[in-house]
Write a protein that binds this ligand. Structure first.
Ligand code: PLP
Length: 479
């Protein structure tokens, strides 16, 4: 078939910032899609350039680009032609396919929405508030300047940037091991550390390598929805164990399980500390049932008075997988945390993680390594810790002075206070009356399945003393 001679397609108006050859390429592409130029049409750069009043080089660049995209084919000693397959590049109006969701997705979507993080739960007052004590708000203490410096320093480190492993750069794993040994009394060497995208990614990975339908995961009740949802999504049977003022009631553990997720340092959400006797009972149970303990040490960096107890991992490094996060001490948006496990477990993770995200983001990991090793993290933490502890004290004092009947107790660590309400009060009622007065509150309802004791979770770390005192005045009026 003889090549068709080309009608002159319109030169489309330029878009801001668009180079001339891109504009010319777009004009030809659109003409091909619209059928103004038919497959087999010869594209003459001379004709197009003179018809459009642009340089011939510009048109040639556009044709080269279209050739790379497959719109144009070059026939040796003949010229450039609109490719025959360009017809197949036309947009096709398809309905989104009605593909059923996988079982994982169906379970993950669950009955109730979860916004992620300990975060603002579905049952909390919605909207914006003059004073917002809801959980999940960052204390706003991110050390921006120091972090920017650390990132800039490592951004040019091509050698380190190009040599990342699945578990994270060796120097960062080593800095985290040193930090945990020194600060937390954990029993860690660098080969036991994996960098994670925060605790949630670790829970997801652990769920996928150890759990499936027919296996049991013990969770605390009330407890952290992030663990419940991740383990539920892989089809594990969830075994909620009640929590009281002494933390997890270890007399209620099942006869058999695969793992138990616990927050012994600062139970989420009640903030109780697991005492020595229960710690030993829990470890004995793990030994007897051959189950892993997954210890979430999320609040360890923000203790308000005495240091939190040594993690269980420090007592039984072979049986405990320790999870930590920089979400609270730096920022949740960094998605940065760590998992500490016996080398055999890490070996499995090193081979399964690449299926998900290959390896942690290296630049962030290198910056973190410098930040830890230089003492910058410690200095940041000291400042942040003293501010958070002060705010914790202000809220506690105000509650004890104005609402003594609620018996507010200090939290040992973390960014919220757990405030039990008398059983005669409706948690939802208090939250909605407070919302009318411009005060945002989180309730405990979302966190438990067994029995529900009405309680409020008061996130305080992002607010100054005056706002905290005013919050207590408004809370009093809402009761
Ligand atoms: C119990 C618990 N675990 C873990 C985290 C942190 O999760 P992530 O590291 O996924 O942000 C939080 C919230 O800060 C939490 O409340």
């Amino acid at each position: 078939m003889a090549p068709t001679s080309a009608p002159l397609p319109p030169l489309l108006p330029a878009r801001p910032g668009e180079a001339q050859h891109q504009r010319a390429a777009r004009s030809l592409r659109e003409a091909a899609k619209a059928g103004v130029l038919l497959p087999g049409t010869r594209l003459s750069s001379r004709t197009l350039a003179s018809g459009w009043g642009v340089a011939r080089n510009t048109v040639q660049d556009a044709i080269d680009q279209l050739q790379a995209e497959g719109y144009v084919e070059v026939r040796p000693r003949s010229g450039s032609y609109l490719a025959r397959q360009s017809e197949t590049l036309r947009p096709v109006a398809l309905q989104p396919p009605a593909v059923p969701l996988s079982l994982w997705a169906t379970r993950a979507l669950g009955a109730q929405p979860w916004r992620g993080g300990p975060g603002i739960a579905a049952g909390d007052g919605a909207g914006t508030f003059e004073i917002d004590l809801r959980l999940g708000q960052s204390p706003g203490l991110f050390p921006s300047e120091l972090w920017a410096q650390a990132l800039a320093r490592r951004a040019g480190d091509a050698e380190a940037l190009l040599s990342a492993g699945e578990l994270g750069p060796a120097e960062t794993r080593s800095a985290i091991a040193d930090w945990l040994t020194r600060e937390r009394g954990a029993a860690v060497t660098a080969d036991m550390v994996m960098l994670t995208g925060g605790t949630q990614s670790a829970l997801d990975l652990l769920g996928r390598i150890y759990l499936e339908p027919g296996r049991t995961a013990v969770i605390e009740d009330p407890g952290y929805p992030g663990a419940r949802r991740a383990f539920g999504a892989v089809g594990a049977t969830l075994w909620p164990v009640a929590v009281d003022t002494g933390g997890l009631d270890t007399t209620r553990m099942p006869e058999r399980a695969t793992l138990a997720y616990v927050t012994p340092g600062c139970q989420f959400p009640t903030t109780a500390t697991l005492g020595a006797a229960r710690r030993h009972e829990l470890l004995a149970w793990a030994q007897r049932t051959q189950s892993f303990i997954v210890e979430d040490d999320y609040a360890a960096d923000f203790h308000h008075a005495a240091r939190p107890p040594t993690p269980l991992q420090g007592l039984a490094p072979e049986g405990v997988i320790l999870l930590g996060t920089f979400s609270q001490s730096l920022a949740p948006a960094l998605r940065s945390g760590y998992l500490v496990a016996p080398p055999a477990v890490l070996g499995v993770l090193a081979r399964t993680r690449p299926l998900t995200d290959r390896h942690p983001p290296t630049l962030d990991a290198l910056a973190l390594s410098d930040f830890l090793a230089s003492g910058g993290y410690m200095r940041h933490l000291r400042r942040a810790r003293s501010q958070v502890a002060h705010r914790h004290g202000v809220l506690l004092d105000a509650l004890q002075a104005h609402l003594p009947q609620l018996g507010a107790r200090p939290a040992r660590a973390g960014l919220h206070l757990y405030l039990p309400l008398p059983p005669t009060l409706s948690e939802a009622g208090v939250i909605s009356r407070a919302a009318e007065a411009g005060l945002g509150l989180s309730g405990a309802a979302e966190y438990g399945q067994l029995t529900h004791a009405p309680a409020l979770l008061l996130g305080f770390a992002h607010l100054g003393p005056e706002a905290l005192r005013e919050a207590v005045r408004r809370l009093k009026a809402a009761l």
